[in-house]
Ligand binder design. Structure first.
Ligand code: HEM
Ligand code: HEM
Ligand code: FE2
Length: 454
C-alpha cells in the first residue's frame, strides 16, 4: 500500500465479505424450498428469500467495486484519496440502507420489480451514496492531475452505472412499459457498463501482476470496451422477445446479442496473452488465479451460456426457466464476484499483517472449491432446465408436476452449492484471520522479465 488512505478499502471489503456470506444463506434457503417441505412457507416464502439473495448479491458486489476503486484510484493517480471521512460515511450510509432494505423485505416492503425491488427511500439513498462516491473519486483525480486510461474506463463504468440506475426510480402502471425500461438498468448494467468496470480492474491487475506493458494493455482495453458497446447496447433486445413490444425486436435481439460473446472472447484472450507475453512477475500468484479465472469464467458463464439461449428460436422454450438461473449464476459469478475477489486478493497482503504475498493453502482451496462448486451448480441448474423445458414446455406437463420430476437436480444443486459455500467460507476465514494493518509499505518488486519462465 503506497498511500495511507487506500486502507479505507479494507472496510468496504470486510462489509462485502459479510454480505457475501449472508447472500449464500438465502441462496441455500431458496434452493431447499425446491425440495420441500417448507416450514418457513408463511414467514419467509420463496419470493422473499430469492429477492434477498439477489439483492444481497448486487449490494455486496457494488460494495466490492467501491472498495476496489478506493484502492486503485490512489495507486493510478499517485495521490491520497480526497476524503477518507467521506468514504467512511458513505460506507456507513450504504450498509445501513442495505440492511434496512433487507429487513423491510421481511415485511414485504418492496416494489416487486425483479432485482430492482428496493423501495423509493432506499433508491434515493443509493443515488446519494453514488454521488458521494463519484464526488470523492472525481476530486481525488482532479487534485492529482494524473489520470490513466485504465482508471478512466473504470470510472466511466461506475458513472454510467449510476446514471443507468435512474430509470429504476420511475414507476409505470403499464407492465409492458415497466419491463421495457427495467432492462435499461439490468441489461445495460451487466452487459454494458459493469463490463467496463470489470475491464478496468482486469487491466489494472494484469499490468500489476504480469508486468505487461501499460500502453499495449490500455490500447486493447479500448478495443474490448468498444466491442462491448457495439453488441451490448442493442443486444438489450434479447429481453424484448416476449414482453409485448413489436416483433421487429426478435431479429434485432438475436443478431446483436449473438455478437456479445466476441468482446468476452477478447477479454479472455487479453488476460491469457498478458501472462503469456510478460509472465508472472509478481509474487501474488493467487491474485493472478482470480484475475485470469474471472476472464475465463466470464467467457463460459456469460459468453457461452448466454449465447446458448439468446436466439429467439431457443429462448421461446427456455425463457424464465432454470436455464436462465444456470446462466445468471455462472455469468454473475465469473464476471463480477470473481473480479472483486481478485482485487481483494491483490490488495489484502498490504492491508493485513502477517499475510504472505504468495497466498496461503487456504486461499487456494477457497479458489478451487468455489470454482468447482459453481461449475457443479451451473450444471445442476442446466440439467434441471433442460428437463424442465422438455417436460413442461414440450410435453405440456404442469409446472408443479414437472418440479416433482426434476428434484434430483436440486439435490445436486444443494450438494454442489455446499462445496461452493465451503469455498466461500474459506475465503472469508482467510480474509479475517489476519488483523488489519494500515501502514504504508513498499510494493513488492516485480521480477525482471524472463525470470518467471526459468
Ligand atoms: C457478465 C455478463 C452477464 C451477466 C452477469 C448476465 C446475467 C443475467 C441474469 C441475472 C439474467 C436473468 C435476468 C432476469 O431475468 O431478471 C440474464 C438473462 C439473460 N441473459 Fe445474461 N448475463 C450476462 C451476459 C449475457 C450475454 C453475453 C448473453 C448473450 C450472448 C446473455 C443472454 C441472456 C438472455 C437471452 C437472458 C434472458 C433469459 C430469459 O429469457 O429468461 N447474457 N442474464
Ligand atoms: C450457496 C450458493 C447458492 C445457491 C444455493 C443459490 C441458489 C439460488 C436459487 C435457488 C435461486 C432461485 C432460482 C429461481 O429463480 O428459481 C437463485 C437465484 C439467483 N442467484 Fe443464486 N445461489 C447461490 C449463490 C449465488 C451466487 C454466488 C451468485 C452470483 C454470484 C448467485 C446469483 C443468483 C442470481 C443472479 C439469481 C437470479 C437468477 C434469475 O433470476 O434467473 N447465486 N439462486
Ligand atoms: Fe441481457
Amino acid at each position: 500500500m503506497r498511500y495511507k488512505s487506500q486502507s479505507v478499502a479494507y472496510w468496504y471489503f470486510a462489509v462485502a465479505m459479510a454480505l457475501f456470506g449472508l447472500q449464500l444463506v438465502f441462496g441455500l434457503l431458496s434452493a431447499a424450498k425446491y425440495l420441500g417441505p417448507d416450514p418457513l412457507l408463511y414467514i419467509l416464502p420463496f419470493d422473499v428469500t430469492k429477492m434477498i439473495h439477489t439483492n444481497l448479491l448486487i449490494v455486496w458486489v457494488l460494495t466490492g467495486f467501491m472498495g476496489a476503486t478506493y484502492w486503485m484510484v490512489p495507486d493510478e493517480s499517485r495521490t491520497e484519496l480526497y476524503s477518507v471521512k467521506l468514504a467512511i460515511w458513505q460506507l456507513v450510509l450504504w450498509t445501513a440502507m442495505g440492511l434496512a432494505t433487507i429487513f423491510g423485505y421481511f415485511f414485504r416492503y418492496g416494489t416487486g420489480n425483479k432485482l430492482l425491488e428496493q423501495p423509493l427511500p432506499s433508491k434515493i439513498i443509493i443515488v446519494v451514496v453514488m454521488l458521494m462516491f463519484l464526488y470523492n473519486i472525481f476530486m481525488t483525480i482532479k487534485r492529482s492531475g494524473r489520470f490513466t486510461t485504465t482508471e478512466g474506463v473504470l470510472i466511466g463504468g461506475l458513472g454510467l452505472a449510476a446514471v443507468l440506475y435512474l430509470p429504476a426510480l420511475l414507476h409505470y402502471e403499464n407492465y409492458v412499459i415497466s419491463i421495457f425500461y427495467r432492462w435499461w438498468t439490468i441489461h445495460l448494467w451487466v452487459e454494458g457498463v459493469w463490463e467496463m468496470i470489470q475491464g478496468g480492474f482486469l487491466a489494472y491487475l494484469l499490468i500489476r501482476l504480469s508486468g505487461a506493458d501499460r500502453e499495449v494493455m490500455e490500447k486493447w482495453l479500448y478495443v474490448i470496451v468498444g466491442l462491448v458497446f457495439i453488441a451490448g447496447i442493442i443486444g438489450t433486445a434479447h429481453h424484448y422477445y416476449w414482453v409485448g413490444v413489436p416483433h421487429y425486436w426478435l431479429p434485432i435481439g438475436g443478431v446483436f446479442s449473438a455478437l456479445e460473446p466476441v468482446a468476452l472472447v477478447g477479454m479472455a484472450v487479453y488476460a491469457y496473452s498478458a501472462i503469456r507475453r510478460s509472465g508472472l512477475q509478481h509474487p501474488n500468484v493467487l491474485a493472478l488465479h482470480w484475475t485470469v479465472g474471472s476472464a475465463v469464467f466470464t467467457l463460459f458463464g456469460a459468453g457461452l451460456l448466454g449465447l446458448a439461449h439468446t436466439f429467439p428460436s431457443v429462448n421461446k422454450w427456455t425463457h424464465g426457466t432454470m436455464i436462465t438461473a444456470m446462466h445468471g449464476h455462472a455469468a454473475f459469478y465469473g464476471a463480477y464476484a470473481m473480479i472483486v475477489l481478485a482485487m481483494i486478493t491483490y490488495a489484502l497482503p498490504s492491508l493485513t499483517s502477517g499475510r504472505r504475498e504468495q497466498g496461503s493453502p487456504v486461499g487456494y482451496w477457497a479458489f478451487w472449491m468455489q470454482l468447482g462448486g459453481m461449475f457443479g451448480m451451473t450444471l445442476s441448474f442446466g440439467t434441471a432446465g433442460i428437463a424442465q423445458v422438455y417436460l413442461e414446455r414440450i410435453l405440456g406437463l404442469g409446472y408443479l408436476d414437472t418440479q416433482l420430476k426434476i428434484q434430483i437436480h436440486f439435490v445436486m444443486l444443494i450438494a454442489t452449492a455446499t462445496v461452493f459455500t465451503i469455498g466461500v467460507g474459506l475465503f472469508i476465514f482467510d480474509f479475517f484471520r489476519y488483523p488489519p494493518r494500515f501502514a504504508v509499505s513498499a510494493e513488492p518488486e516485480l521480477k525482471p522479465r524472463g525470470v518467471a519462465d526459468a
